[in-house]
Design a protein around this ligand. Structure first.
Ligand code: SF4
Length: 477
């Protein structure tokens, strides 16, 4: 449903990406800044409330991490077990080595089942493989049914947050986009807009042949696929159409059904602060005789797309991610630049790791540096993923692949100065003298040349009049 009107939209689906101009655009976008502030503040408050409200939260997060680590260490075994369980329930399992293969498999299933209309629930994995254009190219209509994703689809835009994909939209812009789609002038009050969306989407659910979902978790021992949503569209997507296809990254498997509550508790708390998400849809097999709803045919597509490549590396911990979005909300960089500036499907601190790993470290040079390494992401993460460690690891990889002469010179000089105290003292004096013309009230607010980039968006503390060494000497005569 893309429209040419959105061809110049900076959030467009296929826009060529350049990190620095995208960041500058985001910083200059006043409504976006307001929307990002509101969303991330609200979700972070929820995260703190959610984890602060029960005493064992830290142990629960450790338990989740341990389950993930154990599963990744035996991933082959649990995937085989999951496959056997799904087969036992009458479903089919497909392995997709990359995005292209995933697209081919799903389009083939759609054709073989004579599907003309596909409804989809929100799934970052389907975004990762760019599924919708492939389905449309096969002449099959595909409709996003998560409200935010639906707005993005009709506006031809990319998601900008893991759990709030249309955060960059206001109710006015939603009224405009949706109004154009349905050919009516719509009021911009949320309830009316929700009712119009419901009217359009209910009709699609009623007529759909196939439902496509992601999977938050899949239980190896039972073959159960679990979807966690707040709108209920996931349940309609899996129960109304006669065919259900779930696309899932291979790292989403968990061993036992009893592991599930651990993840349900931390996912909802990490994402929004809820005790549980509004809908937890647990699907074990297809429709049984006598049942009134549910798909007659089920396919699980297990996606690799770079994941096994990461498994044996120091970045394996990134596979523990449950896509709650908490690290985005906590990150001082994401909170200012939003999701689109990152360029990839995944944004924020975890996106700065996943995009280079799944796509290319060389083609995404800015992402590992789009972080202050403050550690807020790790503190907010329900699985306690050490994101800063991996960002530093990616920087190291970049350096090994393409050493920077300037950096080598700078760090070499810095190391030499630190090893020679007299030189360090002299450097302090020179920097104090050089910065004096730019210093006001103890701050450097406008530096020339290479320092201009820094002070254009933040101030730098001026060197103190009396250094620590001088003061130390005075205190310890
Ligand atoms: S890295 Fe952690 S906080 Fe970020 S999305 Fe994944 S699970 Fe959530």
């Amino acid at each position: 449903m893309p429209t040419t009107e959105h061809a110049t939209n900076p959030y467009a689906t296929h826009e060529h990406h350049d990190f620095v101009p995208a960041v500058e655009r985001a910083l200059a976008d006043a409504p976006l800044q307001v929307a990002l502030g509101r969303l991330t503040d609200t979700l972070m408050a929820g995260n703190r409330r959610g984890f602060g409200s029960f005493a064992e939260s830290s142990q629960l997060r450790d338990q989740a991490k341990a389950i993930k680590e154990h599963t990744l260490a035996h991933l082959d075994r649990y995937l085989e077990q999951l496959e056997a369980s799904i087969h036992r329930l009458g479903g089919k399992v497909h392995y997709a080595a990359d995005a292209e293969e995933a697209r081919q498999i799903i389009v083939r299933i759609a054709k073989e089942t004579n599907s003309k209309l596909v409804v989809k629930s929100k799934s970052m994995t389907t975004e990762e493989v760019h599924l919708n254009p492939a389905i449309e190219a096969a002449g099959i209509e595909v409709v996003e049914t998560d409200y935010g994703e639906f707005i993005l689809q009709i506006a031809n835009e990319r998601p900008s947050h893991l759990v709030a994909p249309a955060v960059h939209h206001t109710r006015e812009s939603i009224a405009k986009v949706l109004g154009e789609h349905v050919g009516e002038k719509l009021p911009n009050d949320p309830k009316s807009l929700a009712m119009v969306g419901r009217r359009v989407l209910r009709e699609k659910f009623r007529k759909a042949d196939m439902g496509i979902t992601g999977a938050n978790f899949a239980v190896a021992e039972t073959g159960t696929v679990v979807l966690v949503t707040n709108e209920g569209n996931g349940r309609l997507t899996t129960t109304c159409p006669r065919v259900h296809v779930a696309l899932m990254g291979i790292e989403k498997v968990i061993p036992r059904f009893t592991d599930l509550p651990v993840f349900l508790k931390i996912l909802a708390r990490g994402a929004t602060g809820q005790t549980l998400s509004v809908y937890t849809t647990v699907i074990t097999g297809t429709r049984r005789p006598g049942e009134q709803d549910g798909a007659e045919e089920f396919h699980l597509v297990l996606l690799d797309n770079g994941r096994t490549k990461v498994l044996g590396t120091p970045f394996r911990e990134s596979l523990q991610c449950i896509r709650c979005g908490a690290c985005l909300n906590a990150c001082p960089v994401y909170r200012r630049i939003g999701g689109h500036a990152y360029g990839g499907v995944y944004s924020g601190p975890i996106g700065s790791i996943l995009t280079p790993l799944y796509d290319s470290v060389t083609l995404n040079p800015h992402l590992p540096h789009a972080s202050s390494l403050c550690g807020a992401c790790q503190a907010a993460c329900p699985v306690k993923i050490n994101i800063p460690r991996m960002l530093i690891g990616l920087r190291e990889l970049q350096h090994k692949k393409k050493p920077s002469r300037l950096e080598n010179w700078a760090y070499g000089t810095w190391s030499f100065v630190l090893r020679h105290p007299w030189l360090y003292r002299a450097a302090l004096k020179v920097s104090k003298w050089l910065s004096r013309p730019f210093s006001r009230d103890g701050w450097l607010r406008k530096l020339p040349a290479a320092g201009a980039g820094w002070t254009s968006v933040r101030d730098f503390p001026a060197p103190a009049d009396r250094s620590f060494r001088d003061r130390w000497k005075e205190m310890n005569p």
